[in-house]
Every structure is written in structure tokens, then in C-alpha cells.
Design a protein around this ligand. Structure first.
Ligand code: NOJ
Length: 552
């Protein structure tokens, strides 16, 4: 069995993947139907966003029962059939573990509301301050305050996310035991991968204090105790399965902490997701803004993380897209004129780098942001909350819509475009979120018949298996001040790799190290060019040059 370093993981957002029963919402039988497609792509593992019973206020990230399947997605026997079908196609399954909070509809929260002290201690219930104000001045990440009145009592419960997502009290050993039970339950069903949602914010202090001067996140993020909790969970559950792949979603984290989360000897997780590179188009750190991306900052982040994680033997999860992000091809390239070249260039930057690449559904065919015209077409709770908030602040509707079109999480949640039939072949009913208008142009069927992005991904996935330098090599920045190019070097034993990526829609020139002049082009998104000491890179060109003798 290959290690997690050689694997490529594909994220499925089940609601939007494939609907089998015409209710407009994707489901497990829909995923089963498409396993051969994923096998053709060549991925090793599929990560499913939450499929557990949930009121679906945050599309399943508000779990009401960790041990079952939401009827909207199917049944436990559908899940077992999916496991079987995946296994037969050499694909493993990764499940999403949402352990920072539960839905307020979870039985534990309901028992707490009914007055059971034992369950009240599962959550973070605090009294108001002496002056009657909220327990702390913290904000919810989805807008508004982070505290809500706990029924008719004098207490408030903490919710760092939506008001229906109550934060759990990880200081309670029973909560920690329950979480290990959840992981073990799914391990026994043959699941070999776990993605832990916002796991670096589980460790709150016993005393919660007001934030001062914008230090709020540091009050609950990456606390030393989080490492202890993750290690304990590892030992009590997935650490017993040497083939298990784990990834922690780390909010506002640091390289130092991600080294600790992922260094093998610490027995915490296989790897960590961080989001710094997806904040380079935030104006003054504010997501709800429209600003061009800062290319130098993007490169500096990739280079710092790449080099330091390599030096410290940590491991990055690499990605451009997920269900919380706008489509990278729309965000970082010109999706009108250079969509195909741009999609491939972005793919190469991630797949040839040091870390485990994640593909988000639809990325492999170059799906774009949908650019919806109306606020009613957006469904995401975070988007709708911010729409209200920005309106209250006095921003004009048109200005807010421009921001939402570029930043809403729904950008990546539109249904997968399978073919040219109605609703892009996603559903025979009414899709829960509108299909992007460009589905006649961009869809799987057309891509497989005459496109080239899917094939480019297939090749990248295969290269990782064939050339050890890709999975095992170190990482070193190259010409990091270049105006248009993000470039890096990889080295492993006798192999060397140079990856050049032009991030702009105009030609540029770059000098390459002499040893690569006689190198082989491993992959490129343009017809081959003659390699010399100076290279011209065409709009959004990517080119990987290889020196070594593996597999040639
Ligand atoms: C991160 C998830 O990716 C996101 O979709 C969710 O809303 C929050 N965590 C809260 O669970």
C-alpha cells in the first residue's frame, strides 16, 4: 500500500455531486454511479463532506448524529455499498469529522437543554459578566456574536460558527472518549481516512477572556492543549490503523504548529490544510472585499511553507479549491480567455509540489464560478448572513453582489456539470442550488470526448506514482522575485525537477539552471518548446523539467 505521500485525494461535496432520486440533492447512490469516473481519473481516495443526520443549516457541518447517514443522502446500506464499490476500484474513503461543535439538534445538546448536568458539561456554557454583558466579546466566524442564550437559564453557549453549531467542551474527558468512539465506529466500516474539521480550535481555555486589539483568534486557536487532544485521539482510534490517512483543517494556523501536527514521531495527524494562500485577495485581511490577488505574497507563502515543512519533516495538504472557496480558475486566472491553460497551470503548481494534492469535484474539468445575478440564487448561510450585515453597514446592493460573486462559498457548491442535458445531468428534479449557466460548454461528457484538462490531471496523478522526486523530494524556491512566474525546485536522490508557472495572460521570459537545459519536459500545457538557457513562457504556461533516469 502506498503512503499518503504518493496519494491524490478527491473531495466530494455530496449535495452537489450527483442526484440519483430526483430530489435535487446529490446522494450516495449518485456517488456509487460515478466511481468508475473517479477510477478513470486515477485518484486514490475520496473525501466525503459530512453525510450524517443534520438539520443541514451548514450543509451537514452541523451534525445531529455521528453514527448514521442523513436520509437526504441515503441509508447505511447505501454507505456500505459505496464502500464496496470504492474498494473494488482501489479507492479508499475519507470521512469528515466535525468535532469542534455539534448541531443544537444533537441529542447531547437536547439533553443539556432538558437540564441534564452531565450533558451541559459537554458544551461551553458560561454566565453573563457581572454587568450583564455576554461572557466574552468574541465574534462568530459567520457574523454576529459568538454567544447565544441557553434557553431560559442565565447561561450562554459558545458558537464560533452558526448559532445552531454549539462548541463542544473538549476539557471534558467524556467528550474526548465519545469522539474516539465515533472514529472507531467508521474505522470498523472500513474507512481509512479522516478529515478533521477546524480541529485546531477545539482547545479552549478553562477561563474564557475578552479579546483585545484583534487578538481574538489567538485565544482559542492552536493552543498547546490541542496537540495533546489530537495525540490522544490518534492513540485511541486511527493511530491503530497504519494505513489510515488523516488531515486536519487548520484555521488561522502557523508553520510551527503544522509541523507539530504532522511530524510522524508526534503521532498526531498525517498532514494539515492551511488557508494562508487563499487570503492573498483579501483587502486588509477582510474576506468580503474584492481585490486583485497579491502574487508576491502568494509565492512567499508557498515558498515559506514548502521549505520549512520540508526542513522540519512536516507534511502539507495541497489544494486550490474546496467547498468553502471560490473556484481558483476564476480567482487566479482568466477564466474567459485562458480557462483551459489556467486550470492546468494551477493543477501543476499543486500536483508537482511537496505535499498531498487534493482535487475538488469539477476542478478536473475546469468548472468556474457561476456569477449568479440575484441574491436569492445564493443559499449559503455565511453568504446570506454577510449580505445582511453589509446591507446594515450601508453598502449598496450592487456592491455587495460583486463581492458575493467573487467570494461566496456557493461558487464551488454549484452542481457538478455532467453533460448537456437539463440541469447538466446532475438531477432530474430541481437542483438545490442553480447549475452554472456555462454547463453546455463545460461538462464531463464534453471534456472526456474532446477536452484536455481531465487528461492533464490523469497525467499529473500518474507522474506522482512514477517519479519519486514528486512524492519524496525536498522543496526549494527558484527566482522568487520574478514578476510573473512561480517556480520551484525539487530534489530526491539522483532526480531533480524544476517547475515553472506563468501566472499571467502574457508571455514572459525566465532563465533556467544549466543542468536543466538538457532536461526532459515531464509535463506542459503547451505544445513542446525547445529548451534553452532562456525560456519564453506563454500565457499561463506551466512546464516541468526533469533531470534523472527514472521511468524515461
Ligand atoms: C469548515 C468547513 O469546511 C465549513 O464548511 C464549515 O462551515 C465550518 N468548518 C464549520 O464546521
Amino acid at each position: 500500500m502506498s503512503s499518503f505521500k504518493e496519494k491524490v485525494i478527491y473531495q466530494i461535496y455530496p449535495r452537489s455531486f450527483k442526484d440519483s432520486n430526483g430530489d435535487g440533492i446529490g446522494d450516495l447512490p449518485g456517488i456509487i454511479e460515478k466511481i468508475p469516473y473517479l477510477k478513470k481519473l486515477g485518484v486514490d481516495m475520496i473525501w466525503l463532506s459530512p453525510i450524517y443526520p443534520s438539520p443541514q443549516n451548514d450543509n451537514g457541518y452541523d451534525v445531529a448524529d455521528y453514527f448514521d447517514i442523513d436520509p437526504v443522502f441515503g441509508t447505511m446500506s447505501d454507505f456500505e455499498a459505496l464502500m464496496k464499490q470504492a474498494r473494488e476500484n482501489d479507492i479508499d474513503v475519507m470521512l469528515d469529522m466535525v468535532f469542534n461543535h455539534t448541531s443544537t439538534e444533537h441529542q447531547w445538546f437536547q439533553n443539556a437543554l432538558a437540564g441534564e448536568k452531565k450533558y451541559q458539561d459537554y458544551y461551553l456554557l458560561k454566565p453573563a459578566k457581572a454587568d450583564g454583558s455576554l461572557p466574552t466579546n468574541w465574534d462568530s466566524k459567520f457574523g454576529g456574536v459568538a454567544w447565544e442564550k441557553f434557553d431560559e437559564t442565565d447561561l450562554y453557549y459558545l458558537h464560533l460558527y452558526d448559532v445552531t453549531q454549539a462548541d463542544l467542551n473538549w476539557r471534558n474527558t467524556e467528550v474526548r472518549k465519545k469522539m474516539a468512539e465515533v472514529v472507531n465506529f467508521w474505522l470498523e466500516k472500513g474507512v481509512h481516512g479522516f478529515r478533521f474539521d477546524v480541529i485546531n480550535v477545539i482547545g479552549k481555555d478553562a477561563e474564557l477572556v475578552d479579546s483585545v486589539a484583534g487578538n481574538e483568534k489567538s485565544l482559542y486557536t492552536d493552543k498547546p492543549i490541542v496537540h495533546e487532544y489530537i495525540h490522544e485521539l490518534n492513540q485511541a482510534s486511527f493511530g491503530q490503523d497504519e494505513n489510515c490517512v488523516t488531515v486536519g483543517e487548520m484555521s488561522a494556523t502557523s508553520i510551527e504548529n503544522c509541523l507539530l501536527y504532522s511530524q510522524p514521531e508526534r503521532q498526531e495527524l498525517s498532514m494539515a490544510f492551511n488557508f494562508h494562500h487563499l487570503k492573498v485577495d483579501y483587502e486588509n485581511g477582510e474576506k468580503w472585499s474584492t481585490a486583485p490577488f497579491n502574487f508576491q505574497e502568494l509565492k512567499d507563502l508557498f515558498n515559506e511553507w514548502g521549505e520549512q515543512m520540508a526542513r522540519g519533516d512536516g507534511w502539507n495538504a495541497l489544494f486550490w479549491n474546496n467547498h468553502d472557496q471560490p473556484r481558483a480558475v476564476s480567482r487566479f486566472t482568466d477564466d474567459q480567455e485562458y480557462r483551459v491553460a489556467g486550470a492546468k497551470m494551477l493543477a501543476a503548481t499543486v500536483h508537482l509540489s511537496r505535499g498531498t494534492p487534493f482535487i475538488y469535484q469539477g476542478e478536473e474539468i475546469g468548472m468556474t464560478n457561476p456569477n449568479f445575478a440575484l441574491i436569492e440564487e445564493y443559499k449559503d448561510i455565511e453568504t446570506l448572513n454577510f449580505y445582511q450585515e453589509l446591507r446594515e453597514k450601508g453598502l449598496a446592493h450592487a456592491e455587495i453582489m460583486a463581492i458575493i460573486r467573487s467570494k461566496s462559498r456557493d461558487n464551488s457548491r454549484t452542481p457538478v456539470q455532467w453533460d448537456q442535458s437539463e440541469n447538466a445531468g446532475f438531477t432530474t428534479g430541481t437542483p438545490w442550488l442553480k447549475v452554472a449557466d456555462n454547463y453546455l460548454e463545460i461538462n464531463v461528457k464534453k471534456e472526456l470526448a474532446s477536452g484536455s484538462i481531465f487528461a492533464f490531471y490523469q497525467k499529473l496523478i500518474q507522474l506522482r506514482k512514477d517519479y519519486p522526486v514528486i512524492a519524496q523530494g525536498n522543496y526549494q524556491r527558484y527566482k522568487d522575485q520574478h514578476e510573473q512566474v512561480y517556480a520551484y525546485l525539487r530534489e530526491y536522490q539522483e532526480e531533480q525537477l524544476l517547475v515553472l508557472n506563468n501566472f499571467y495572460g502574457k508571455e514572459t521570459q525566465i532563465e533556467i539552471p544549466t543542468e536543466f537545459v538538457s532536461g526532459t519536459v515531464l509535463i506542459s500545457n503547451y505544445p513542446q518548446q525547445k529548451v534553452g538557457a532562456q525560456l519564453i513562457l506563454r500565457p499561463y504556461e506551466t512546464l516541468a523539467l526533469y533531470v534523472g533516469d527514472t521511468k524515461i
